[in-house]
Every structure is written in C-alpha cells, then in structure tokens.
Design a protein around this ligand. Structure first.
Ligand SMILES: [Zn+2]
Ligand SMILES: [Zn+2]
Length: 406
C-alpha cells in the first residue's frame, strides 16, 4: 500500500469516526476517541448531532397542540418542575458541587438517581462544570458568563458546545472515586429514559383506571416530561445567565453575581447567587431569615430524618460583612433621596414619598441587622440620625407667602 493511500484511508476513517462519535455519545457520554482533554481545549463550536436529544426535548413541548391538556397533566408538570428543581439545587448543586452536607454512600447514590430525572446530564458532569464556574467566574475561561460570551451563550449556547460535553474526572476526584456515580454519569440517558417511560405508563394507567381524569400516556408525557423538563432547564439556566446580570450585589465579589428575589422563587433559593459566590460552603444560599430559600428548608427537614447530616452554616463573619454592606447601602439610598429632594424642592409628593420610604427602609434595616460593634458603625448611626432630621426639616410647612414661588 502506498503512503498516499494509507494517509487517505486514515483520513476517511477519522472522518467516519468523527461522524458517528456524537451518535454513540448519546448513549455513552464518556466515549471520546479523540481524547477528552483534546476536545476540551478546542474552541467553542455547537455539536448539532450530539445536541439532538436536547433539541428533541424542546420540540416535544409542541406535542401539546395535539394531545391537549387536563388538570392532572398540568398539576403534574408544575409539581415535577418544583420537585426536580429541588434535585437540581439540593443535590447537583449543594451536595455534589459544593458538599455542603453529608450523607451515606447509598444516600448519595439515591440522590444521584433522583438528580438524574432532571435531564441535566450526570451529577459529576454538573459538578465539574459548576466548580469550574466558581473558579473562573465571569473570567475568559468561564464557560457560561453573560459578560464574556453574551446572554444566549451563557443561558443555552454553552451546553451545546462540543468542548463542554466531556467530564473532567481529574477535577472531581472526590466524586470520581465512586464507580456507581461514574456509571450514572457515563450513561446519563438511562435515568431520564426510565423516568419518561414511567410518566407515560402513569398516563396509560390513569386512562384505563380513572378515565374521569381525562388524560392519557401521550398527554402526560408531553406535559409532565417534555414541558416540565424544558421549563426546569430554563429555570436552572437563569442562574447562569440572569443571576450574573439582574439583582443586587450585597457582597463585592470578584465576579458580577447578584441576589434576586424573583430568581430565588423560581429556583427554590438559588437566586441568592451573590451570597453564594461570597461563601459557597454553606447549605443555605439565603443568608438571612427574609431571604426565602426553600431548598435549605427542605434539606433541613431531611436532616431530621437522619438521611443527611452535617449541614454547614454561614460563618458569623460573613453575616456581619453582609449586615455592614446592607447598612451602608441603606444610608447611601437615604442620602441620595435627600440630595434629590434638595435639588427638586420639598413640596411635590413625588419627591417626598421616595425619600420617606428610603429613610423607613434604612431604619428597618438598621433595626433588623445586628451590626457588629465596629468604630465605623457609630459614624453610620450618626449619618442616619442626621439624614432623618434633615428630611424632617425639609417636610415642615413652608412659611406663608413662599407657596406662590412653587
Ligand atoms: Zn455564578
Ligand atoms: Zn455554586
């Protein structure tokens, strides 16, 4: 065989292998004849074949046009969104990614099975990418920063990129030592397939034994699997995209993570993302009682059963740092309102009401936060008092005759 023929044959076999590789990877995530580390170092490029199951998940939602809807299908879709959001936040994130609490080996396997129903690939793939995000947050190497790659890439594009498919087991050695977890991660289609089949079967059984519910296998599959799972993906993805764009920055972290009440509601607590970037090791992301964190409440209740234990608290120093930041922000807001009032005049209600509201919020914050005793706090309290007095002086009725000038 001539050298040219051998080279041509090698090239065509490489082409052949490259064509079929994504199909094999649908079933075996770790199959990577070119070498996972080589693929990880490639530039970003959407792998359209590999991503077909993900596209199919979205297209499956259109099935609602043909299968219609029933109360039981709708309730199942909503319930499975929130139940599985807990799996994303409580298991993929707060256990596998950050190990914020402990459980037994059997317990962690059961949790990985539960998290598999979220159809967000394996827990190890999830944890590897998430730890990488914390290491490079909003830097050039961050796979899903809206500031580096733009909103859509951070929300959905990065997950379709060829280089982001392989799991780097060398970066998650604490998890990769468990063979059963690696198996679930490698064959990450197994749990979603069994889950989807169970939902379909539940619809078939309801049609047969409870026809009054008005549902069937296909309708349940469309609503409780396709629609619920697609919504779950986008709810989760909001933390990668929106939580680095929308909301308040209590802690001046190196990234642009933010706290958002709305995101915290739809993701069961993950919306307190700035808190989390400041301190990743605690089980709770809502650091204060008014920061609703359903995932934490559920994990706390689970700990009472003995299934999990060793939930990690937020250190007092981090809470103090946050209280000081909140206080400074309140004082600054009140100062701005007073300045605006001085600029526009005291009488129009549109200026007085926001100023009074800012003072009220500042006062409530000051009362609610147990500020650590630091010398600077004395100055802050003094600022608050001065501002309140200043505003009160502005709100006193103007002298007769001055009204005509306004
Ligand atoms: Zn983040
Ligand atoms: Zn995290």
């Amino acid at each position: 065989m001539s050298e040219t023929n051998a080279t041509q044959e090698k090239a065509s076999s490489t082409k052949f292998s490259r064509f079929f590789t994504p199909f094999v990877q649908w079933f075996d995530s770790d199959y990577c004849p070119e070498g996972a580390s080589r693929v990880r170092n490639e530039p970003d490029k959407v792998d359209w074949t590999r991503v077909m199951p993900f596209v199919a998940l979205h297209l499956g939602c259109l099935g609602a046009i043909w299968v219609g809807v029933s109360p039981v299908a709708l309730i199942s879709a909503v319930a499975l969104y929130f139940i599985r959001m807990f799996a994303v936040t409580g298991v993929h994130h707060r256990y596998f990614s950050h190990k914020t609490y402990s459980t037994s080996r059997v317990g962690q396997f059961l949790m990985a099975l539960f998290a598999g129903t979220t159809v967000q690939r394996g827990s190890l793939w999830w944890a590897y990418h998430h730890r990488h995000h914390h290491q490079h947050s909003d830097g050039p190497e961050d796979a899903h920063s809206p500031h580096v790659h733009g909103f859509w890439w951070s929300h959905i594009g990065w997950i379709t990129s060829r280089r982001n498919f392989p799991t780097d087991y060398s970066k998650i050695k604490d998890l990769a030592k468990f063979k059963e977890l690696v198996w679930l991660n490698r064959f990450d289609l197994v749990v979603p397939a069994v889950f989807a089949a169970s939902i379909y079967l539940s619809g078939v059984l309801m049609e047969r034994y409870a026809p009054g519910l008005g549902t069937n296998g296909l309708q349940m599959l469309v609503w409780a699997f396709f629609i619920s799972t697609t919504a779950l993906f986008h709810g989760t993805a909001c933390i990668n995209s929106m939580a680095h764009l929308m909301g308040r920055r209590r802690y001046k972290t190196d990234d642009d993570s933010r706290n958002s009440f709305i995101l915290a509601l739809i993701t069961l607590g993950e919306g307190w993302h700035n808190n989390h970037h400041r301190y990743q090791s605690s089980t709770r992301n809502g650091f204060y009682w008014w920061e609703i964190d359903i995932t934490y409440y559920l994990l706390k209740m689970l700990s009472w059963t003995g299934f999990i234990w060793g939930l990690k608290a937020v250190p007092q120093s981090i809470l103090d740092e946050g209280a000081r930041a909140d206080h400074r922000e309140s004082v600054e807001a009140a100062r701005k309102s007073v300045a605006a009032q001085q600029e526009h005049g005291p009488s129009p209600l549109k200026h007085v009401i926001p100023a009074a509201a800012a003072i009220a919020v500042a006062t409530v914050n000051a009362a609610n936060t147990q500020l650590p005793k630091k010398p600077e706090d004395a100055a802050m309290h003094k600022d608050m008092t001065e501002l309140a007095h200043e505003l009160q002086a502005k709100q006193t009725p103007p002298a007769p005759g001055s009204e005509a000038q306004n």
